[in-house]
Design a protein around this ligand. Structure first.
Ligand SMILES: [Zn+2]
Ligand SMILES: [Zn+2]
Length: 306
């Protein structure tokens, strides 16, 4: 073991372990990504630190703003850095880095790719890896927010983006006998209903411009919803029960052939989130902001020593 200080929390959820093992068999090339996801979901299960960071929603939010918009989150900095150190050791094992952990979490929460790229540049890390690692880093916080702020979600939500965190959905579920259409967020796991005939990205409702792609002779439960106005696509699945929040990203990964089919026909997922959150993360205690990882050593700097 190269990293003697890194103790990874393994997910205890047996379903999750089985799904990840199956995903690993089906898509061995995604192993690196699965390791990050597994670590993030394991961290999420041990949620007390993240539950304690869930903010009060901002009272004054713009109309159509997700619940976390303008929120001010205060974190236990030491616990957050412990988690980031574990994750970054997995994501960037070859590189010595010094990364502002709180800035990393904040940029990921805001979907601020430019901010993430700047952090990668400062740290000499691969920006594309840090973008992915950033999204995994913020997963435990977002899933805690979804657990504890469920009552704050508006009873009806007509936007295509997540009512909690502003991300576009990664899947549309058709559940139960009614086959009601429910959109699911891959970041926080929130679900929200939206009328069937409507593009989540551009609000197109004219049925001539909306359609489906279905796998040839394949699974009957899967299809791809497409919009010819904005060329967006969204994977869809018919299920008996709604996917657990942790299962959404695993499902997304194991259905990559559907993404390829959509991309080959000129459809795509938007690069930017539906709603960019204006939110802040600060530390509850006066610890330094920097995480330093590499070569198996680690230290945190008190403020002023940076
Ligand atoms: Zn969300
Ligand atoms: Zn559209």
């Amino acid at each position: 073991m190269l990293w003697p200080h890194a103790r990874f929390r393994r997910a205890r959820n047996v379903d999750l372990q089985e799904r990840v093992a199956a995903a690993r068999r089906e898509t061995p090339e995604s192993d690196a990504w699965l390791k990050l996801l597994e670590a993030a979901l394991g961290e999420s299960e041990d949620g007390a630190v993240w539950d304690a960071a869930v903010p009060e929603p901002a009272a004054e939010r713009p109309v159509k703003a997700p619940v976390l918009s303008h929120a001010h989150i205060t974190l236990n900095g030491r616990a957050a850095r412990r988690w980031l150190r574990q994750l970054l050791t997995l994501a960037l094992p070859q590189q010595v880095r010094r990364i502002d952990g709180i800035a990393l979490l904040e940029a990921a929460l805001r979907y601020d790719d430019a901010g993430l790229d700047a952090l990668a540049q400062e740290a000499g890390a691969d920006p594309s890896i840090l973008r992915v690692a950033g999204q995994m880093a913020v997963l435990p916080l977002l899933q805690a927010c979804a657990r504890r702020l469920a009552r704050e979600l508006p009873p009806t939500w007509w936007e295509g983006y997540c009512p909690l965190c502003g991300a576009w959905p990664v899947v549309a579920e058709y559940t139960g006998l009614e086959r009601k259409r429910q959109l699911r967020c891959g970041r926080c796991g929130a679900g929200w209903a939206i009328p069937q005939l409507r593009c989540v990205y551009c609000d197109e409702t004219h049925h001539d411009n909306l359609g489906y792609l279905t796998p040839e002779g394949g699974e009957q439960t899967r299809k791809i919803e497409v919009c010819n106005t904005c060329k967006g696509y969204l994977k869809a699945v018919t299920t008996v029960r709604a996917l657990a929040p942790w299962a959404i990203l695993v499902d997304d990964l194991t259905t990559v052939p559907l993404d390829i089919a959509a991309l080959q026909r000129g459809y795509r997922r938007p690069e930017r989130p539906g709603y960019s959150l204006e939110c802040r993360i600060t530390e509850r205690r006066g610890w330094g902001r920097f995480v330093e990882v590499g070569g198996g050593w680690w230290r945190s700097l008190r403020q002023g020593e940076a």
